[in-house]
Design a protein around this ligand. Structure first.
Ligand code: HT7
Ligand code: ZN
Length: 844
């Protein structure tokens, strides 16, 4: 397959002045007629008229009304075009019902829908399908279906047809069409300048009761973007559609967002608190793209982080404002360490702005999204809140309607602040997680912190240069008083020291407050110092981090020896649990332990080959020790954190349920499941039901409840996804593969549906000790199914290959077993470009 390079960027030879599309819908033979006005692009040298097009049957093509016979390849067509404005017309036939890849125009439960990002529009018609070609679209849909939607504003409709016009120039990846038997929940939003926007959330009949929360989240997002970023919505309507078959979470098509139904539909009896929080964030994310993505888009796909990093950063700010800022920060860091760190420190490592790719769909990664957002957070910390706001205003004013680059983005910050961001830009080009070693010195009232940064080699980047690191620190005196409030140290050198004088006593440092840079901090510390920070740090993130470090330290020792759980950790935990001033959601996080895969990574980092079973046993042992140490406090807190008001998925109630749920897991270790059974019987919302069921499964019980759960919910796909997932997630390591295997034989295992496939194989690969079962059965089962899915849905297959990305951490026997499976996938005939690129990068 061909590799595309950032350095080879060239503008397209023509500008698209307008696009008219007519769709005559039919499941296996949809006709798409395009009428496109082109004119020469004065900024381009090359006038080759190449239009992308894949899996299209060309019926006819004309230029200025004259039939032409273009040269056609599997990638597109080339024609002789005038060096003057002209009209291109083409008619093509496509097969939406046969489109199982869910890219382009496809069908899901009898409904037509599209997914064009990144390069799906070329499966709809011939077009310069690249993000820097922006145009105004007018669309007519002819189809015998009650609801016919496209981007922009409706301009006319009748029996079997509808017309839409989107006045805002956009790239083809933002094109969308939906047609089907759908019902809408309707509302409206008055924008800050008084424009009334009609809001419609479209679902399949029967799902109407799951739309209210999404609609509220949309209105909150619209208001927040006006208040926080001065961004107003710009069309008369905003449509959201829920679709059951979707490769990712959602898509920000202009004025017509399309959502995986799991990311928008919610009701208390079918969705958990975590579902609600995630849905609120995703609705916000897609809405915020209207400005950061749609109005200002990317010049090419290498600039993906320009819209994604910024939009993730914005949705994190939104969630922090709507809920608890410290809790959100901790969740984000857990997520970064779980998903991004392994990527950045393994064979799939790539810069936030990659420099080459074979298949762009493989670069919708945690690095581009989440590390991309961290980079923006660092920039904001470095320039300050006021300059950040000014830079964003300038970005919107200067680049509205343009397709931009990271250079454009950084330039607004340089222009506003007068700073030179040349070195900061390395965050976009250098892959790998910087490791920061800290040492300290104390003499004559002066305390010195010395930092040394190194980044290990990553694929294609053997040498690394120092990066700009904003390191937020505070200093705490021996009596627990804060001697230095949070101060941001700006590290730019490979080695750098910072001194603080006039201190009355040697302080305890609180370093990297708020996780001010996405780095791995390496500092010799003692458990008593960590326990001190756990008790006294004023920074909520670092206070949590101190507890985490204690838990991590004890787990790593337990997984590699016969050590008992650390007493400082258990004492500190007990004190925190008793602290009623702390938010229950925060205390629930304090009870959490590092993930088993994360622990495996930490051991590998220290040169120790991780043993997945030993890690699992260490976690089990520490959980027992937590239960033992908290003793009667568990029941007391469990009772104190019961919610008696009617269910609300808000931060306050969900925090209490999260704490009560974490406590119940520990209580179950002591009472054998009595309380969990009682909760299962009494639960009147999905959060409590699943909490109870997962406790029971973990205790080796819950068979009857699982069967009853299935019976009750068998007609609700999203709930049945949970049923599949939970059984594998909670299976003991030696059973996980056989449970997953049995579930693939269940009549409801509709493996063509990405949500169902992910429910089973996402859960299997997340069950660390189960997936890494020494027999290699987990590897084999996953590989079997990846090979089966690839010809139908390459995107989802390629994404699931990441389960193997950490394979070099493990012992030679496991590595050999994984290598066999990677080879088996790689040598499968006709393997997709997506999967073959992923496997070859993972193999290294
Ligand atoms: N911008 C959207 C990305 C996306 C996507 C990318 C590739 C293939 C399918 C996809 N569906 C959605 C979603 C977002 O980041 O908001
Ligand atoms: Zn996005």
């Amino acid at each position: 397959p061909e590799t595309v390079y950032l350095k080879d960027y060239k503008p397209f030879g023509y500008v698209v002045d307008s696009v008219h599309l007519t769709f005559d819908l039919a499941p296996n033979a949809t006709r798409v007629t395009s009428r496109i006005a082109f004119s020469p692009n004065p900024e381009a040298e090359d006038r080759t008229f190449f239009l992308f097009g894949e899996k299209l049957k060309l019926i006819r093509a004309t230029i200025d009304g004259k039939d032409i016979t273009p040269e056609i390849t599997p990638e597109g067509l080339t024609a002789a075009a005038p060096d003057a404005p002209f009209i291109w017309e083409a008619e093509v036939e496509i097969d939406p019902a046969g489109n199982t890849a869910l890219e382009g125009l496809y069908m899901s439960n009898g409904m037509y829908c599209t997914q064009c990002e990144a390069e799906g529009f070329r499966k709809i018609t011939y077009y310069p399908d690249r993000p820097d070609v922006m145009s105004v679209f007018t669309v007519r849909i002819n189809g015998d279906l009650p609801v016919l939607l496209s981007n922009g504003n409706p301009t006319g409709q009748g029996e079997g047809w509808a017309e839409w016009h989107d006045p805002w120039p956009k790239p083809s990846y933002l094109f969308a069409l939906v047609a089907g038997d759908l019902v809408a929940t309707e509302d409206s939003f008055p924008t800050i300048s008084g424009q009334e926007v009609a809001l419609k959330l479209w679902v399949r009949p029967g799902d109407e009761h799951k739309t209210a929360f999404g609609m509220e989240a949309l209105k909150k997002s619209m208001k927040w973007d006006e208040d926080s970023y001065g961004r107003e919505y710009d069309l008369k309507v905003f449509n959201i559609v829920a679709v059951d078959d979707f490769n990712m979470g959602a898509m920000e098509n202009k004025g017509l967002n399309i959502f995986n139904s799991s990311c928008v539909l919610a009701s208390p009896d079918t969705s958990t608190d975590m579902n609600f929080e995630r849905i609120e964030a995703i609705i916000a994310h897609e809405y915020f793209h209207n400005w950061t993505g749609d109005r200002i888009t990317c010049r090419d796909w290498f600039q993906l982080c320009l819209k994604e990093g910024l939009t993730v950063f914005r949705d994190s700010q939104f969630t922090a404002d709507m809920r608890s800022a410290p809790v959100k920060r901790i969740h984000d860091v857990i997520d970064l360490r779980t998903r991004q760190f392994p990527e950045d420190n393994g064979p799939l490592s790539h810069p936030v702005r990659p420099e080459s790719f074979q298949e762009i769909n493989n670069f919708y990664t945690a690095t581009v999204y989440e590390k991309g957002a961290e980079v923006i957070g660092m920039l904001k910390r470095l320039v300050g809140d006021a300059a950040y706001a000014e830079a964003l205003d300038l970005y919107f004013a200067r680049h509205d309607g343009q397709a931009c680059t990271i250079e454009d983005w950084l330039k607004v910050f340089e222009d506003v602040t007068g700073r030179d961001l040349t070195q900061f830009k390395r965050w976009y080009s250098q892959s790998g997680t910087p490791r920061v070693k800290v040492t300290e010195d104390w003499a004559d009232g002066t305390y010195t912190l010395s930092f040394e940064q190194t980044t290990l080699p990553t694929p294609g980047q053997p040498e690394k240069l120092p990066q700009v690191l904003p390191i937020a620190v505070g200093l705490i005196g021996p009596n627990g008083d804060e001697l230095l409030e949070t101060t941001v140290l700006e590290m730019t050198e490979a080695k750098q020291s910072f001194s603080f004088d006039g201190l009355p006593a040697r302080p305890v440092p609180s370093i990297l407050r708020g996780f001010s840079a996405p780095v791995i901090l390496e500092r010799e510390s003692t458990n008593s110092e960590r326990a001190f920070l756990l008790a006294h740090d004023t920074d909520p993130f670092n206070r949590w981090e101190a507890g985490r470090a204690l838990a991590q330290d004890t787990l790593l020792k337990m997984a590699t020896g016969t050590t008992d759980p650390d007493a400082d950790y258990l004492d500190g935990l007990r004190a925190l649990m008793r602290d009623e001033t702390l938010d229950p959601a925060y205390r629930a996080l304090m009870l959490g332990l590092p993930g088993q895969a994360e622990l495996a990574g930490l051991l590998a980092d220290r040169g120790v080959t991780p043993d997945p079973m030993a890690i699992w046993q260490a976690v089990e042992h520490l959980r027992d020790a937590q239960a033992q140490a908290l003793g009667p406090l568990l029941e007391e807190l469990y009772e104190a954190n019961q919610v008696t008001d009617p269910y609300q998925p808000d931060a306050e109630q969900s925090g209490k349920r999260a704490l009560a749920g974490a406590l119940l897991r520990l209580i179950t270790r002591r009472d054998g499941g009595a309380r969990a059974s009682a909760l299962y019987a009494a639960a009147d919302n999905m959060t409590l039901t699943l909490t109870a069921l997962s406790c029971l499964l973990q205790a080796g019980q819950g068979g009857a409840e699982l069967a009853a759960f299935y019976d009750k919910w068998k007609d609700d796909r999203l709930v049945i996804d949970k049923w599949f997932m939970l059984q594998i997630a909670e299976a003991a390591p030696e059973r996980a593969v056989s449970v997953a295997q049995a579930l693939t034989e269940h009549p409801d295992f509709n493996w063509r549906n990405p949500n169902r496939f992910r429910a089973v194989f996402g859960a299997l690969s997340a069950n660390h000790a189960g997936f890494h079962d020494a027999t290699g059965a987990g590897y084999q089962l996953l590989a079997d199914w990846l090979i089966r899915l690839d010809p139908l849905n390459p995107q989802t297959t390629a994404r699931m290959c990441t389960a193997f990305q950490t394979w070099k951490r493990y012992d030679p026997a496991r590595q050999a077993k994984i290598a066999v499976e990677l080879d088996r996938i790689a040598t499968t005939p006709d393997l997709s470009r997506d999967t073959s690129e992923m496997i070859s990068r993972i193999r290294g």
